[in-house]
Design a protein. Structure first.
Length: 291
């Protein structure tokens, strides 16, 4: 299988993959080639794959252990999942019956946070390594996804800033990002299901050996710093890392599968008319090997 990729962005962090026949099961060697390409690029698009739910989960499982979709809300809401496989995360705007979510649907309000720059599951001690998002229904206008190259952003930082952030640790809290996005007050039970986690701000990406930033809308503070000072620095770094020169925007086609490494990228969904147009996106998530 002649698997290769071509860059779609000047920093060469976003690549389009060819040479995979998704009508046939992939083997471990194909998975190793995909991982090597992802270490090089950080984000890969596999155009119009034709994969179904089982195929997406099977491919993702070749890349490592999978995270299960969390149960966030009340039992009745959580038990009425639209997606039957527990490894699939709902990343669209459809309810359990396949209809567009109501304006006051709690999951819809929670998912508004996905329109902020973020990394998946950085609020866990064991973060997401890879995310794989598959498009089933795409709105006619909007609903794209933007990605930011955090290795290139780190490389471009002034030396003084690199020295300043070298030993800093951030607290990542999903409920902080949800508050930023206008989510109503989380209940104590909801907060207890997803407590915050701590991660270094500057890290070495294990697959490439390059330094990278771990930022996100989940990053609520810098441990040991006054709250205002920490948030001011995080805001400065977020603005720097999301300049146009570090960002690629992907316009979805049905069947597109995009895989990204959360340890060296950020991403966000772009706006669309989510009360009128359907968007059916399903995500699998590979867990990091070590904390």
């Amino acid at each position: 299988m002649n698997i290769s990729a071509r860059p779609l962005h000047p920093t060469q962090f976003f690549g389009e993959v060819t040479g995979i026949d998704f009508s046939r099961p992939l083997d471990a060697e194909a998975a190793r080639k995909i991982i090597r390409l992802n270490d090089q690029y950080a984000v890969l698009v596999f155009p119009e794959t034709g994969l179904d739910d089982d195929g997406q989960v099977a491919l993702s499982r070749l890349l490592g252990p999978l995270e299960l979709a969390p149960k966030l809300f009340d039992e009745e809401h959580d038990n009425r999942r639209r997606l039957k496989l527990p490894e699939l995360f709902e990343a669209g705007n459809l309810d359990a019956d396949g209809n567009i979510q109501a304006p006051n649907d709690r999951f819809r309000m929670f998912a508004r946070g996905n329109r902020l720059w973020h990394t998946d599951s950085s609020f866990y001690r064991k973060r997401s390594k890879y995310s794989l998002l598959l498009a089933h229904v795409v709105p006619p206008d909007g609903g794209d996804t933007e990605f930011a190259d955090m290795r290139a952003a780190y490389d471009a930082l002034p030396a003084a800033m690199k020295d300043r952030i070298e030993d800093l640790v951030c607290e990542h809290d999903v409920w902080y990002s949800r508050e930023l996005a206008g989510f109503p007050d989380a209940t104590p039970e909801e907060r207890g299901k997803m407590p915050p986690a701590h991660h270094r701000l500057a890290q070495v990406h294990p697959g490439s050996g390059r330094k990278t930033l771990l930022l996100a809308s989940h990053a609520s503070r810098i441990v040991g710093w006054p709250l205002g000072d920490g948030r001011a620095l995080l805001s400065e770094l977020m603005a720097f890392a999301t300049q146009a020169r570090f960002v690629h925007r992907h316009s979805w086609r049905v069947g597109d599968l995009v895989m990204w490494d959360n340890r060296c990228t950020m991403h966000r969904a772009t706006e669309f008319d989510d009360l009128a147009e359907r968007r059916d996106m399903r995500r699998t998530t590979v867990i990091e090997d070590a904390a």
